[in-house]
Write a protein that binds this ligand. Sequence first.
Ligand SMILES: [Zn+2]
Ligand SMILES: [Zn+2]
Length: 641
Amino acid sequence: MRKSENHLLQRRYAMLYAKVVFGLPVEGPFDYIIPEALHKKIKVGMRVWVPFRNQRKVGYVIKVVKKTGVHKIKPILKTIDDFALLDENMLVLAKELSDYYCCSLGEAIETSLPEPLRKGKPLPVSGLDTLQDAYTPKTPSAAGLQEESGYCPILIHDLDGIKRWDIYLKEIKNTLDILKSAIIILPDKNAALKTKDRIDSIFKVPSSTIFRKGPGELVEWVKIREGKVNIVVGTRSAIFAPLKNLGLIIVDEEADQAYKQDQVPHYHLREIALMRAKIERARIILGSTAPSLESFYLTKKSKARYVFFPRDRDFPEIKILDTKNIPWNFKKRQPIISLYLEDAIRATIQARGRSLLFLNRRGFATLAACVSCGMALKCPRCSINLVYHFKDKKLTCHYCGFNMPIPQICPLCNSGYIRYSGAGTEKLESELFRIFPQAKIKMLDKDKVVDFLDGEIFISTQAILKNDRYCFDLIGILAIDNSLNRLDFRASEKTFALLCDLLKLTDKKMIIQTRFVNHHCFLSLVNKDINAFYEEELRQRRQLGFPPFKHLGLIKIRGPKEERVKVISADLFARLKKQNKSRGIKIIALNEAQPAKLRGNFYWQILIRANSVDKLSRFLKSNLKNFSHSGIIVTVDIDPV
Ligand SMILES: [Zn+2]
Ligand SMILES: [Zn+2]
């Protein structure tokens, strides 16, 4: 259609246009003609089928306008539903997510939807079911409608991990009393299912669990959208549950790493929960045994209320063993257990007590290297050392699952001697069997039920830490320095959270083997002053310019060809440096990622620091908009965890 004809048509028919976005890394919006037959039907928030780049695509209408500046314009093919799938609140939330986490609005919208809906499946109707009958709304009482004014998140710092549930339950009751609904988020599916059972037995109102990609996700989603559910319990993606009349959001274990989405957009659940609570004027409670620095800082700035529950029981006696200056049993080549700890375990066995040895590394040895040429055996798909699993007689990659039989000779120099070092839990187990041949030694595993009564020494990695039922007379913490030494500005925070979780499992004795005896992680425990850790960690983060004071943007560039990834990354780095005119943004570094190779792709990364997330995200969006090279994928992670 020529330009003049287009104008003519516009005048004659009072044209309407829809601004449409897509779940793709292109910002948009894109204009489409709304056919006359759809003029009365079309609404903001609707899904439509439209032609896009020679394909039929699901698009989301974000605006209806009477004018367009676009000339070669195509019509909407058809609407998918008869109503707006997304309400205004959800669209505002998607917009905030895309502004914060540097993705397109369409990608943000699709993050909030179950997969079948993203693929264009029409929304089914749940039909009559028992839930609909079960829910009879009460008339709200005047007193019940009096809400606390103002939006103020609450952070519950609960060392025992038990008392915060009293507050949660009370808040849920208050929410139901004023006829509003609640979302409760937990880090993993098991915790969510257990919580739902508990909630159901107490409140007896329709509730729902919702998990991304779970069977029945869509069915639950529809029920929730139709207002048949008062309480939603779920993992990360449940924050997008289309509940009407939202009154309360609870995020338990708010510091858990599972709350960071590992695909694009890399959002953090806590941020999205705070956004949604603010948009919908809902109450929000963050609970944790060891809060994130982000949440703790909110309370320091009076942007959140702080509720602290100290330990009910006494602190255990905590001994920090300096591994630089203690006697080891040097008959062994690689001692894991100090003589001091060995004696403590023996004494515990004699007193008919139970010991837990914590070592956060699975397998037998974490490094398999050739003695003559020094080559470490690495995963061929990832540049990661293979871990030796004694029981399966295999070398395994803990990133991608690759495994291979143990080689008899070095693949590089054909020498016949490969040495295994870096002790994992299997090695620890064999060591314990040697030192305590009579003892009952058990490996705790999240997938395995262990008869807890029938054991004297238990070995565990992080996997069982969420299990508060266990109680030990002695906890020995080994190789915790691996956790502190990680190349990660959150290393201290994560280590401290680990220690706080372990602290819940004993009130008798804890022995920590470390080279960093004066680290604030340990000192705050020894001095029974938990907040001292947070104060010191905040001081260091402020000094070094890390979150929560400044924000980081990590651009990851990946592709199957090493040299190409390297060259393109260097090019982008130079370009960003040139484009940056703001003093609030610093393009810090260009590095090979760690690991540099993962699942067959090579990774480089660019680190950026900024005073504000908005600025950072805007800068990245405008500079990455036209950055496209075949075979190269660029993603952005804001405040990586
Ligand atoms: Zn060799
Ligand atoms: Zn691998």
